[in-house]
Each structure stands twice: as structure tokens, then as C-alpha cells.
Design a protein around this ligand. Structure first.
Ligand code: CAA
Ligand code: NAD
Length: 302
């Protein structure tokens, strides 16, 4: 639904229908929160099997959310879960999914070329008013948007893991993003019950620019043999008030994501030692030890 069309530009889009591309831990979480706040959601991934898992993830997380919210009326909780899941339809056809969409949020693999290819295809089929947003952790929004002809209707919408629990969304504009697009993304974040903050389109925006170098320094501290992973994690939890230690958090985020993030930072600023790679991290990723999602990362979960 669009309000205030002008002849040349689309004004402040009120977002009702949302398409989310990528049904992994982030896409499923964003779909859950959007559906819980009354949006019609289409969740897209590459196979029906993956999408079944996405819906399972959504149901699992909703159970945790409703356990507290509806503690005195479990039937109302069940009813809520059913209603939310009904708001999420699934598809393996991104091109048709975007056709009735006010907003497309991309949460696929952290790879510039693959994100650009996706948006370039969708740009040809999505209605003119549709806003495109990427949930990228580390890539330049400007670089991703350059594959489209809607750079004024393109922004960063960066959620945090687990989406159901984390209250922050980073809303990122490029020099080409229109004020109306930014306003729509800020409004959408608030409707989801999140607190938006804004940052220029710079590596890692606010949070990852600070969090990921800290995580990498923890890995280097361990690689040097100066402290154990366990003690580093305990240190940062009890000494700095972090809810998870850096190794626990890296496993939670996914080591493939952490590696992609640090590599993206390095590409933009090759001489910054904060963005140096780690042999240990590279080895774990090469072995498919990506953290909780594969059952092993820095720690074992099986
Ligand atoms: N869905 C729904 N509810 C969830 C949940 C999920 N996925 N995960 C946890 N919860 C709920 C639990 O059910 C529990 O609820 P109650 O209080 O009602 O019992 C509550 O959260 C606390 O959970 P736990 O007791 O299991 O564990 P915890 O106290 O350690 O909290 C946590 C879990 C919220 C994940 C917390 O550990 C935390 O905040 N960790 C840090 C997360 C973080 O830093 N995320 C950012 C990562 S970086 C990023 O996302 C950006 C990027 O680009 C890489
Ligand atoms: P994930 O590996 O859990 O999920 C990615 C999903 O995208 C997979 O299900 C995969 O099948 C699907 N996919 C890949 N290419 C696709 C395509 N072309 N079309 C449709 N689906 C495709 O990854 P994630 O952790 O959910 O991360 C997704 C994005 O969100 C990345 O850009 C990541 O940097 C960002 N992010 C991750 C976190 C985190 O903590 N993991 C936090 C914030 C942002």
C-alpha cells in the first residue's frame, strides 16, 4: 500500500507485504518478527526442504516467546503461534514472490556478487514502489544497490541474532537513498518493536565495526596461546558484562559469517591490522565447522 505518489518518485511506502529472501537463521527470524506484527510475509529460499526447516525454526522461536507472554493462558499462545505461522507463505521463486511486495529484505549468503545478481534480477520484476533492503553484516549497501535501477529505494536493514530477542536494527542509507525510503525503513523497524539507529554506509556500520574486531582479537589471543577459549569467554562475560563470550558468540553467529565479515572489511581497508585473518578461523570454516548450525565450531554442540 502506497501513500502520496508523486509523478516522478514514490513517497513514504507503508509496508504491509514483505518478501524475505533467505530462510536461514536471520531470514527466518525477520519473517517471524514481521509476521508477529501483522505483516503478510513471503519467505523465499532455494528448496522446499530448507523452507520446511525455516518454518520449524519460526515455530520453535515462537514457542519460546509465547511461553512467557502467555504463561497463564497456553491455549492463547498456541492460537498466536498458529496465526503468525499462517501469515508466512513460502516460495522457491523469488521473481514471482516480489511482485506483490512493498519491501524485499535480503538475508542470503554474505557474498557481494551473489547479492548483486539476486537484486539485479528482482529489480526487473518488483513494482516501482517496492523498497529493497539488505541485511548484510559487512558489505557496502552502495555496492549491492549498484546492481539495480532503484538506488533511491534501496537501503540497509541490519537485524541482530536472535532477531526475536535483539531490539536493535541498523538502518543504513547511501548517498542515493531517498529520505522517504529511510523514513519507511525507520517506521517499519519501529512497527516491528525494534529500536532503529542509523549509520553511514561504512564497513560493519556501528555494531559489527566494534564487535567483530573484538571477536578476532579474542581468536588471536587464543592462537598466541595466551589464554584458553573458556577463560576468554568467562573473562568477557564476567568482566565486561557480555551475555556471551567472543567464542560462544562467533559459534552462535556462524564462523562462515565471521570470516566473510572480516574479509569484506579487509577488502575495503587492506592495511588495517584489526582486519587481519586468522589461520584457526579459516581452518575451521574449511572443515565445515561453522558453529552451532553445523554442530561444531570453536566448541562442540553434539
Ligand atoms: N527465540 C526466542 N526466544 C529466545 C531465543 C530465540 N531464538 N533465544 C533466546 N530466547 C529467549 C529464551 O527463551 C529466554 O526467555 P525467558 O527469559 O523467557 O526464559 C531468554 O531469551 C534468555 O535465553 P537463555 O536463558 O536461553 O539464554 P541467555 O540469557 O544467554 O539469552 C541471548 C540468550 C538473548 C541470545 C543472549 O545470550 C544474548 O543476548 N547473546 C548475545 C547475542 C548477540 O550479541 N547477538 C548479536 C550478534 S552479532 C549480529 O547479529 C550481527 C551480525 O551481522 C553478525
Ligand atoms: P544462513 O546460512 O543461516 O542462511 C542463508 C540462507 O540463504 C540459506 O538458507 C540459503 O539456502 C539461502 N540462500 C543462499 N543463496 C540464496 C539465493 N540466491 N536465493 C535464496 N536463498 C538463498 O545465514 P544467516 O546467518 O541467516 O545470514 C544471512 C545474511 O544475514 C548474511 O548476509 C549475514 O551476513 C547477515 N547477518 C547474519 C547474522 C548472524 O548472526 N548470523 C546477523 C546479522 C546479519
Amino acid at each position: 500500500i502506497v501513500r502520496g505518489f508523486s509523478s516522478s518518485a514514490v513517497r513514504n511506502v507503508v509496508i504491509k507485504n514483505v518478501t524475505i529472501i533467505g530462510g536461514g537463521q536471520m531470514g527466518a527470524g525477520i519473517a517471524q518478527v514481521a509476521a508477529s506484527t501483522g505483516h503478510s510475509v513471503t519467505l523465499v529460499d532455494t528448496s522446499g526442504d530448507i523452507l520446511k526447516k525455516s518454518i520449524k525454526m519460526i515455530e520453535g522461536s515462537l514457542k519460546r516467546v509465547t511461553k512467557k507472554k502467555f504463561s497463564d493462558k497456553p491455549e492463547a499462545g498456541e492460537e498466536f503461534i498458529k496465526k503468525v505461522v499462517q501469515k508466512v507463505s513460502t516460495s522457491t521463486d523469488a521473481e514471482s514472490a516480489v511482485q506483490g511486495s512493498d519491501l524485499v529484505v535480503e538475508a542470503i549468503v554474505e557474498n557481494l556478487k551473489i547479492k548483486q545478481d539476486l537484486f539485479s534480477r528482482l529489480d526487473k520484476l518488483a513494482p516501482p514502489h517496492t523498497i529493497f533492503a539488505s541485511n548484510t553484516s559487512s558489505l557496502s549497501i552502495c555496492d549491492i544497490a549498484s546492481s539495480t535501477n532503484r538506488q533511491d529505494r534501496f537501503g540497509g536493514l541490519h537485524f541482530f541474532n536472535p532477531v526475536a530477542m535483539m531490539k536493535l536494527v541498523e538502518v543504513i542509507g547511501t548517498p542515493a537513498t531517498s529520505q522517504d525510503t529511510l523514513d519507511s525503513l525507520l517506521d517499519f523497524s519501529k512497527v516491528l518493536g525494534k529500536t532503529p539507529v542509523s549509520c553511514k554506509d561504512t564497513s560493519g556500520f556501528i555494531v559489527n565495526r566494534l564487535l567483530v574486531p573484538c571477536m578476532m582479537e579474542a581468536v588471536r589471543l587464543y592462537e598466541r596461546g595466551d589464554a584458553s577459549k573458556e577463560d576468554i569467554d568467562i573473562g568477557m562475560k564476567l568482566g565486561a558484562g557480555y551475555p556471551m563470550g567472543p567464542f560462544e558468540l562467533a559459534d552462535y553467529v556462524g564462523l562462515d559469517i565471521v570470516k566473510a565479515v572480516i574479509e569484506a572489511f579487509k577488502t575495503k581497508d587492506p592495511n588495517n591490522p584489526l582486519f587481519d585473518s586468522s589461520d584457526l578461523l579459516n581452518k575451521l570454516v574449511a572443515e565445515g565447522k561453522l558453529g552451532i548450525k553445523t554442530g561444531e565450531g570453536f566448541y562442540k554442540y553434539k
